[in-house]
Ligand binder design. Structure first.
Ligand code: GSH
Length: 270
């Protein structure tokens, strides 16, 4: 049996009991409460499996109750990673639903929930669905706890700008380059590739300039824009390396050392 807390055994009960127990097969839970006797090992095992299933259902129900929302995501998707970093920064309780969009039936099922079919989305316990990574993080931030968007409107504007800037011109450009590069050489749109590479260069130039004098993307406090940057830079590194931008490269390393970011990368198997 794979779970060592549970064991159906005839031998155990007869060997160690002070008084002989009625003959048959038993199983015990992790408190060593014995259940049985069953006539056959097979029946004891069935009863044990039913018990485990009930336990799983109860633990799922408890998790659902504790969770403020359910997250639909994939650990390797950059927009999902951005939201996960924010969730870990805020220590929010949630229930995970991993969606593999490459699987036809999973994709079809997910589109029934969110017709646009884009990850991540969250579903609140009282029903509403919130798509779009930045909107999700804005919502989570509005619930309180450690703030990822400053209450100072000037700082908040810079944070929101960098978030949009990195999403649109870095993450989306890298995704577009990757999909263009999957085409045969003859089918690739050179002009488009050039525009995309130009945009990425402009993002790197701007970030390099900004990060010369500040620790995080929009100042001295970790923010929504850093969640975005951590996911975007990890996604971009191979397609558009940034090692020659010293401040940006040092910033990427700082991000990688952040526990929330390290945890997300670990879960993605990076
Ligand atoms: N603007 C969206 C972008 C989400 C997005 O593009 N997600 C990707 C995964 S990282 C996706 O779901 N791609 C599947 C598809 O485009 O069909 C956001 O910020 O959440």
């Amino acid at each position: 049996m794979s779970n060592p807390r549970y064991w159906a055994s005839q031998w155990y009960t007869t060997k160690f009991a002070k008084e002989p127990w009625p003959g048959g097969w038993y199983w015990h839970d992790h408190h060593y409460n014995w259940n049985g006797p069953f006539d056959t090992e097979h029946e004891a095992n069935d009863a044990l499996q039913a018990h485990l299933e009930l336990e799983r259902e109860e633990s799922d129900a408890r998790e659902r109750e504790r969770a403020q929302f359910e997250l639909y995501y994939h650990p390797k998707s950059p927009y999902s990673q951005k939201v996960l970093i924010a969730i870990y920064e805020k220590d929010a309780q949630f229930k995970r639903n991993i969606v593999n969009l490459r699987d036809d039936s999973e994709r079809a099922r997910f589109r029934e929930l969110y017709p646009m079919g884009k990850l991540p989305v969250i579903e609140l316990n009282h029903g509403p669905l919130i798509p779009e990574s930045s909107v999700i993080i804005e919502y989570l931030d509005s619930l309180g706890g450690k703030r990822l968007i400053s209450s100072d409107p000037d700082v908040a504007r810079k944070t929101r700008f960098k978030d949009r800037f990195l999403d649109f011109y870095l993450t989306d450009s890298v995704a577009a380059i990757r999909s263009e590069c999957q085409k045969s050489d003859a089918d690739q749109d050179r002009e488009r590739l050039e525009t995309l590479r130009y945009r990425i260069g402009a993002v790197y130039d701007f970030m390099e300039y900004e990060l010369k004098n500040q620790t995080w993307a929009s100042g001295e406090r970790f923010s929504l824009a850093d969640c975005t940057a951590a996911a975007a830079l990890a996604f971009a590194e191979e397609t558009a390396p940034f090692a020659e931008y010293p401040s940006l490269a040092a910033y990427a390393e700082r991000l990688g050392n952040r526990p929330s970011v390290a945890r997300v990368r670990d879960e993605a198997g990076d």
